[in-house]
Design a protein around this ligand. Structure first.
Ligand SMILES: Nc1ncnc2c1ncn2[C@@H]1O[C@H](COP(=O)(O)OP(=O)(O)OP(=O)(O)O)[C@@H](O)[C@H]1O
Ligand SMILES: [Mg+2]
Length: 316
């Protein structure tokens, strides 16, 4: 079922570019990944079949494996179990199936914990202009898309409007405290190192990714495990939160094709060059073949990483 937007009988906390987040009781939120797609920060009018399921099931797949390493927010991604726990959504099983996750409600740090293994995107832009990243000097002579000697933790503030702004680690420490800042960096590295190792064995480079973390009230913390007070929230190592590059096409010195949104980006670039789109809202209509190609890319990433098709039963 294609889902562009949900209207569940729960209080809507937030409608993001991709996900609808609902109040599911004092300790929980229900996060529903729709099939909306954005590029260059503009949400398209067309939805991409299966995209929401890929995002949710991939996040669930990573979280299950990360479970021994750090605490996270997932309670369940099984829609039947969600309905048992949140009976108000009982009539919506088709809409929820595969794409929804019941999560421990967290107070989310207002920062994107970005980690970069390669020099791309805004990091490359800043480096090529000034030799720095988030204001701090980086070894000279790196080329576009080059692998960094050590992955770089480069947090950013979450902007309500427009683009996120890179901040230094010391600015992060001022914002959240030195202990939390150090812990955010440590946890971010754990997730990235784990993810990039697995992805690499499947021919995928995770060039960079962005994570969100939050804190939970002590009453709902899992005290028995005493595994710290910061938990991993939001989506994890998905194509929407990360740059995935096909390893067999990797070549530093230029920008890399993106595994997921390249057909969409190429189309939008053509429209821009032809003067039919100015890069802002409203987006141009997408031809069917672009939508289909994008959907296939998302499914392909899921299959390549998890070694199983989305329909293998994991998506419940
Ligand atoms: N466990 C959680 N508790 C509370 N809020 C959460 C939790 N997990 C994720 N969130 C929040 O849910 C929202 C997810 O929505 P979504 O990613 O679509 O929008 P966004 O990140 O605000 O904007 P963008 O469209 O730029 O991604 C985020 O604001 C995220 O911080
Ligand atoms: Mg988000």
């Amino acid at each position: 079922m294609l889902v562009t937007r949900t209207d569940l009988p729960l209080r809507l906390l937030r409608r993001g570019k991709v996900r609808d987040v609902y109040d599911a009781g004092p300790d929980a939120v229900l996060v529903v990944a729709t099939d909306r797609v954005s590029a260059f920060d503009v949400v398209m009018n067309e939805a991409v079949p299966r995209k929401g399921e890929v995002l949710t099931q991939l996040t669930a797949w990573w979280l299950r494996q990360l479970e021994p390493k750090l605490p996270h927010h997932m309670i369940t991604a099984d829609s039947q179990e969600i309905i048992e726990r949140v009976p108000q959504v009982a009539g919506f099983s088709e809409e929820l199936k595969g794409r929804s996750m019941l999560c421990r409600r967290a107070t989310v740090f207002p920062v994107e914990c970005v980690i970069r293994g390669y020099l791309a995107g805004s990091a490359w832009k800043e480096y090529s202009a000034s030799g720095t990243l988030a204001g701090e000097p980086l070894v000279p002579g790196l080329r576009e898309s080059e692998r960094l000697p050590i992955a770089l933790f480069s947090p950013a503030t979450k902007a309500e409007e427009g683009h996120d702004e890179n901040i230094t680690v010391s600015r992060l420490a001022e914002m959240v405290g030195a202990t939390a800042a150090a812990e955010l960096e440590r946890l971010t590295r754990i997730v990235y190192d784990f993810g990039r190792e697995i992805a690499s064995s499947r021919g995928i480079i995770i060039a960079d990714t962005k994570l969100e973390f939050g804190t939970v009230e002590s009453s709902v913390r899992n005290e028995s495990e005493d595994r710290g007070w910061i938990i991993l929230v939001d989506e994890v190592l998905t194509p929407d939160s990360s740059r995935f590059w096909p390893a067999d096409q990797f070549e530093p010195g230029r920008s890399q094709p993106s595994f997921d949104k390249q057909p969409l980006r190429d189309y939008l670039d053509r429209e821009r060059r032809a003067g039919r789109w100015d890069g802002n809202n409203p987006p141009p209509p997408l031809p069917n073949d672009v939508v289909t190609a994008t959907s296939e890319r998302y499914l392909e990433i899921f299959r390549r990483l998890t070694l199983a098709p989305l329909d293998s039963g994991a998506a419940t």
